[in-house]
Ligand binder design. Structure first.
Ligand code: B12
Ligand code: SF4
Length: 448
C-alpha cells in the first residue's frame, strides 16, 4: 500500500510573508509517523516542489493521496483531488488539517473520498483499512452523512525525517532553517476574534513530556519556533520547559508566541528564557484603543502593551508584533495607530484587517457587513478586508493600510539594526516578503 501526503502550493491570493514565515507541515509529519509503521509513505510539499501533482502521481503510483488544508486552500485542494481522480479514479483521496477541522463541509466534493474532521492514530489506520463508520471521518461512500461527537486532534510525535529533503527551506522570520513544535495545547485567554483557542481548546494542557523530550532530541535545526498559542500561559509551564531544556542540555534559538499578560507576569522567567536561547517573541498588541481591546476580550490594556514592550526592550528580546485594523477606523484612527506602533517600537510588525471567521462570536456582529461569501475561501486569508469599512471607501482603507505598512517597515523597523543582527540575506528575505504583501495591497487598491 502506497500513500502520498501532500501540502498544496501557496495560492497567489495569500497575503503572506512567504519567504520568511514558512514552516514545515507538522500535521503531515505526524501522519507520516503513523503510516510509516505499516505502509510505504512519502510527503510531497508543493510549497517547495517544482514538480506537478500529475507527474508525481505517475512516478510514485500511490493508492491513497492525503492533503492538508488551511482556510484559503479549499479550491486548490479540491482541484488537486480532481487531478488525482482524473489520472486514476481508484486512488482514494482524503483531506485533513485546520480547515477540515473547522469547516469539514468545505471538502464534501465528488473528488474527495474522506474528510478528517479530527485526527488520531485510530482513524488514520481505519481509513486505509476501508472501514465503514470511522469516528472523526466523513466519507463520500456514505454521502458524508456520518454522525460522531467532535473531538480534538491528537498530538502525535512527528517524524521529522519525512521532510528531510525540504527542511533547508523552512524558516521563521530571519531564522533559516527553523523547526516548529508545540509544548502546550490550548489558550485560556479566549479572545473573541481568534480561531486558535477554538482549535485547541480554552484549557491549556501540556503535551506528554516524554514525547516532547523525544521530539526535542530529534530536531536538528538550530532554531525552534514554538507554536503554542501563549507560551507564557502559566508559570508552571515555563518552569517545566526551563527544566527540560536544562536537563537535556540543549542549546538552540527559541522563538515563541506570548501574551502581554504573560510578559508582565513573568519578567523573571523571561530573563531565564533569554539565558537559554529565547530570541524573539510574537505578540498580539492588536490596537491602540482600550475600547477595542475590551471588545476583543483581550486581557490587556494599551498601557499593559506599552509596559510589555518596555520590558522586552530592556531584556533585548526581539518583538514581532501583530496588529488588527478595525473596519470602523477613520483616517485619524490610522494616524493614531501609526503613532502607537512607533511608541511600541517592535522589531517587526504585521497588520491584518479584523477577520470575523464563521463560528466565532464576532461573526454574527459583522455578518451584514461582509464583502464576501463564507465559501469564497481564498478571500478569508487574514490579509484582505472582509468587512466593509464604515468611515471610508475600500480603496481609501487599503491606501491607509499600505501607508501604514510603508511607515512600519521603513520608518519604525530599524532595518540597519536588523542587518547587524540577522545578516543581509535574511533582511533581503524579510523585505521581499513584505513587498509581496505590499504589491498585493496595491493590486487590491487598483481593483477596489
Ligand atoms: C505553522 C502555521 C503555519 C505554517 C504552516 C502551515 C501548514 N500546515 O502548512 C505557515 C507559516 C506556512 C502558515 C501559513 C498560513 N497560515 Co498558518 N498557522 C500555523 C500555526 C501557527 C500552527 C499550525 C500547526 O502546525 N498546528 C499543529 C499541527 C500538528 O496541527 P494540524 O496541522 O491541524 O494537524 C493535525 C490534524 O489537523 C491532522 N492533519 C493535518 N493535516 C492533515 C492531512 C490529512 C490528510 C489528515 C488525514 C490529517 C491531517 O494531523 C495533525 C494531528 O492531529 C496555526 C495556529 C495554530 N496554533 O493552530 C496557524 C493557522 C493554521 N494559520 C492560519 C492562516 C490564516 C495562515 C495563512 C492563510 C496566513 C496568510 N494570510 O497567508 C497562511 C496560508 C498558507 C498558504 N496555504 O499559503 C490560520 C488558519 C485559519 C483557517 N481557518 O484555516 C491559523 C489557525 C492561525 C490564525 N490566524 O488563526 N501557517
Ligand atoms: S491570547 Fe492569542 S492565541 Fe490566545 S485567544 Fe488571544 S489571540 Fe488567540
Amino acid at each position: 500500500m502506497k500513500i502520498l501526503l501532500v501540502r498544496s502550493p501557496r495560492i497567489k491570493q495569500a497575503i503572506t510573508l512567504s519567504d520568511f514565515m514558512f514552516s514545515e507541515p507538522l500535521g503531515l509529519e505526524m501522519i507520516y509517523g503513523v503510516y510509516k509503521e505499516k505502509y510505504q509513505v512519502e510527503i510531497f510539499d508543493m510549497m517547495v516542489e517544482k514538480q506537478t501533482i500529475g507527474s508525481k502521481i505517475r512516478e510514485y503510483k500511490p493508492d491513497f493521496v492525503g492533503i492538508t488544508s488551511l482556510c484559503i486552500d479549499v479550491s486548490k485542494v479540491i482541484q488537486l483531488c480532481k487531478e488525482v481522480k482524473l489520472f486514476n479514479e481508484s486512488i482514494k483521496t482524503f483531506v485533513g488539517g485546520t480547515q477540515a477541522y473547522l469547516s469539514p463541509e468545505s471538502f464534501f466534493s465528488e473528488y474527495v473520498d474522506g474528510v478528517f474532521n479530527y485526527t488520531n492514530k485510530n482513524n488514520l489506520i481505519s481509513f486505509i483499512n476501508n472501514d465503514d463508520d470511522i469516528p472523526g471521518v466523513y466519507q463520500r461512500k456514505n454521502d458524508f452523512k456520518e454522525k460522531f461527537t467532535r473531538e480534538k486532534n491528537q498530538y502525535i510525535l512527528p517524524d521529522r525525517t519525512s521532510t528531510d529533503k525540504y527542511r533547508e527551506h523552512y524558516s521563521y522570520f530571519g531564522y533559516k532553517p527553523a523547526a516548529i513544535m508545540e509544548f502546550g495545547l490550548g489558550c485560556e485567554k479566549a479572545c473573541n476574534f481568534c480561531l486558535r483557542w477554538r482549535i485547541e481548546g480554552h484549557v491549556e494542557v501540556l503535551i506528554d513530556e516524554e514525547l516532547t523530550k523525544m521530539d526535542l532530541k530529534n530536531i536538528k535545526e538550530q532554531t525552534i519556533m514554538f507554536i503554542d498559542n501563549d507560551f507564557l500561559g502559566s508559570r508552571e509551564k515555563v518552569i517545566r520547559f526551563l527544566d527540560i531544556i536544562r536537563e537535556l542540555r540543549i542549546k538552540k534559538n527559541y522563538i515563541i508566541y506570548g501574551s502581554v499578560s504573560g510578559v508582565l507576569e513573568n519578567e523573571d522567567l523571561l530573563i531565564q528564557l533569554k539565558a537559554i536561547g529565547l530570541k524573539a517573541i510574537l505578540i498580539g498588541y492588536e490596537t491602540f484603543s482600550d475600547d477595542e481591546l475590551q471588545g476583543y476580550n483581550k486581557s490587556a490594556t494599551v498601557m499593559d502593551n506599552i509596559q510589555a514592550s518596555r520590558i522586552l526592550k530592556s531584556l533585548k528580546i526581539d518583538v514581532w508584533a501583530s496588529f488588527m485594523s478595525h473596519p470602523d477606523w477613520d483616517k485619524k484612527d490610522f494616524k493614531l495607530f501609526r503613532r502607537y506602533i512607533k511608541n511600541l517600537e517592535p522589531e517587526i510588525s504585521t497588520i491584518n484587517p479584523l477577520t470575523p471567521f464563521p463560528g466565532l462570536s464576532i461573526y454574527k456582529e459583522y455578518k451584514e457587513r461582509l464583502l464576501f461569501q463564507v465559501d469564497d475561501f481564498e478571500k478569508w486569508s487574514f490579509g484582505q478586508l472582509v468587512i466593509k469599512p464604515s468611515k471610508m471607501s475600500l480603496r481609501m482603507y487599503y491606501y491607509q493600510l499600505l501607508l501604514t505598512y510603508f511607515y512600519v517597515n521603513f520608518a519604525v523597523n530599524k532595518n540597519t539594526e536588523m542587518i547587524r543582527k540577522y545578516g543581509l540575506r535574511n533582511i533581503y528575505r524579510i523585505v521581499t516578503g513584505s513587498f509581496q504583501g505590499l504589491t498585493r495591497y496595491l493590486k487590491l487598491i487598483i481593483k477596489s
